[in-house]
Design a protein around this ligand. Structure first.
Ligand SMILES: [Zn+2]
Length: 139
């Protein structure tokens, strides 16, 4: 029994020496006054300052993206290569394809619900979320 107690006491002393070597325990104080270097890691931000800057840059670049709209088919998307003089997208600059995607062929859905509400002075509804759009989609 005494040998077992001595073994435990020896392990405690080795642990304290290791904590002193790592400068995590107060010199001369055997209680659990562990002095952590720097601030408490739980109070630190989850991301580094560098990563925070990356996220800021990402959001700035995302905010710079603009949707373009074709004057013929009224399709709206990014990087549609809209012609500066005609305002037509690359599809509609092709004469054969331009006839396919315009109001004469009933392919122009017209203004959105939000545009109609704004035009007639009504309360502008929020656009559907992706989940709402999926719920009412026939497919
Ligand atoms: Zn077009």
């Amino acid at each position: 029994m005494q040998a077992h107690t001595d073994e435990i006491e020896q392990q405690i002393q080795q642990g304290e020496q290791e904590l002193r070597r790592l400068e995590l325990i107060d010199q001369g104080n055997r209680s659990l006054t562990i002095l952590l270097k720097g601030e408490d890691p739980l109070d630190q931000p989850a991301i580094s300052a560098e990563d925070h800057q990356f996220i800021q840059t990402f959001h700035e670049k995302l905010g710079e993206l603009q949707m373009e709209e074709c004057n013929n088919c009224h399709e709206r998307w990014f990087d549609m290569n809209i012609g500066p003089t005609t305002g037509f997208c690359s599809q509609c600059r092709n004469q054969n394809r331009a006839k396919l995607f315009n109001s004469e062929n009933f392919m122009d859905p017209g203004p959105s619900v939000q545009e109609l509400a704004y035009q007639y002075g009504l309360k502008v509804p929020e656009p559907c979320t992706q989940i709402e759009a999926m719920c009412i989609s026939p497919v």
